[in-house]
Design a protein around this ligand. Structure first.
Ligand code: 2IP
Ligand code: CA
Length: 376
């Protein structure tokens, strides 16, 4: 597992580089936005934009992990399909070729023959980032790659990535929107039980290099299986000011009202990015993230869920929680990652259909479910 963690940290940083290159190189970014249509459309957005960066990052992660761990090749899933339609209406399957030149040639067919853009992108895909150090002492987990599957969200908060607003982050503060909400999420789950066992999060736009060198990222990781619970983040100190909650801006009014009564109006916060809101709970910028809609997916939650488990928390299916007996928070309500919603098709097969609650402390989870029981 230590080898897999080191590989995922490296490939997530490589993905962060591609996301930065695709924004900072103007010839690339203008070309990259394409509208997603058909079953994959995420009902929540009028137009669910996909960038070529999304597709390329996902295929790069799939390529690099499959190369080192061939036994996982058939179990590396992602938000995006790798079929991209070019300006001539031709469908091109985007893959990472064995050389940078071949990848550039393939990408040129998607980028309408724009060899400047395709060469820039191919260079970022084949460029190995500086080795990322992770203290993996104690990371002896008795799991083999053949027992594991992977969920990739190549760029979560795509809308924030496209909009590109810049924020100067202050330690300990939650910023509702901006480029810092865009995250690369790579989650690892146990195929047999669906439990999340490892997560890597890369935040490509964490801060600007003070020496004027452009954006620098930040990474987070966690491993949770059996008695092994390790995380790059330490468990935040309990907040003194009462329970704080982060919500999606589109959360239902009835939920906002119930939580205002429980926490007080000034303890409700809003932010973009499902992954970013869970990261806020991991970092202690909010105690709980609640979503009553089924508008997030396994690729949004798997990676940060593993970090929450490593910190003693977790993520539950809200609907199941409200249906279960009062106070019985057990493994049956935790989100799992190995089975699709049978009655759905397209991306909805992998929706967190019953909504979710991300928490660090199960007593706070109980307070939340107590306030919402009978309201939804
Ligand atoms: C989205 C993204 C959105 C989120 C939506 C996710 O994933 O995280 O921000 O909506 O649920 O599916 P919200 O911002 O209201 O939480 P993606 O950007 O990868 O489509
Ligand atoms: Ca997402």
């Amino acid at each position: 597992m230590a080898d897999l963690l080191r590989l995922l940290l490296r490939v997530a940083e490589k993905a962060g580089n591609v996301a930065r290159v695709c924004r900072q190189e103007a010839p690339l970014f203008q070309l990259l936005v394409q509208e997603k249509t058909g079953d994959d459309k995420n009902k929540k957005f009028v137009q669910d934009f996909k960038t070529l960066a999304d597709v390329v990052i996902q295929e790069m992660i799939r390529h690099d992990v499959g190369a080192q761990f061939p036994e996982m090749a058939g179990f590396i899933h992602g938000e995006e399909s790798n079929k991209f339609e070019n300006g001539l209406g031709e469908n091109v399957i985007v893959t990472v070729c064995s050389t940078e030149q071949e990848t550039a040639k393939l990408l040129a067919t998607v980028l309408d023959g724009n060899h400047t853009a395709s060469s820039l992108l191919a260079r970022a895909i084949h460029q190995d980032p500086a080795t990322i150090e992770a203290n993996t002492d104690g990371l002896a987990v008795p799991l083999s790659p053949s027992e594991l599957g992977i969920w990739i969200d190549p760029i979560d908060a795509t809308s924030q990535y496209i909009e590109g607003r810049e924020e100067v982050l202050e330690e300990g503060h939650l910023f509702p929107s901006g480029l810092h909400c865009a995250l690369v999420l790579i989650g690892v789950y146990l195929r047999s039980t669906g439990e999340p066992v490892m997560g890597v999060i890369n935040q490509p736009f964490h801060h600007k290099d003070p020496a004027g060198g452009g954006w620098r990222g930040k990474y987070f990781w966690g491993v949770s299986h059996g008695a092994v619970n390790l995380c790059s983040e330490s468990r935040p100190a309990a907040s003194s000011g009462g329970l704080s909650v982060v919500l999606s801006s589109s959360e239902k009014q009835v939920v906002k009202e119930a939580l205002t009564s429980l926490c007080g109006p000034d303890r409700l916060m809003y932010a973009s990015g499902a992954g970013y809101k869970i990261l806020c709970v991991i970092q202690g910028l909010a105690d709980v993230y609640i979503l009553s809609e089924g508008s997030t997916f396994k690729w949004d939650s798997c990676a940060p869920h593993a970090l929450l488990r490593a910190l003693g928390g977790g993520m539950v299916d809200l609907k199941k929680c409200l249906q279960s007996d009062v106070g019985t928070q057990d493994q049956q309500t935790e989100l799992t990652y190995h089975q699709p919603n049978a009655e759905c098709k397209g991306a909805d097969r992998w929706a967190n259909y019953g909504g979710l609650v991300a928490y660090r402390d199960c007593s706070q989870l109980c307070s939340i479910t107590g306030a919402l029981r009978g309201k939804l």
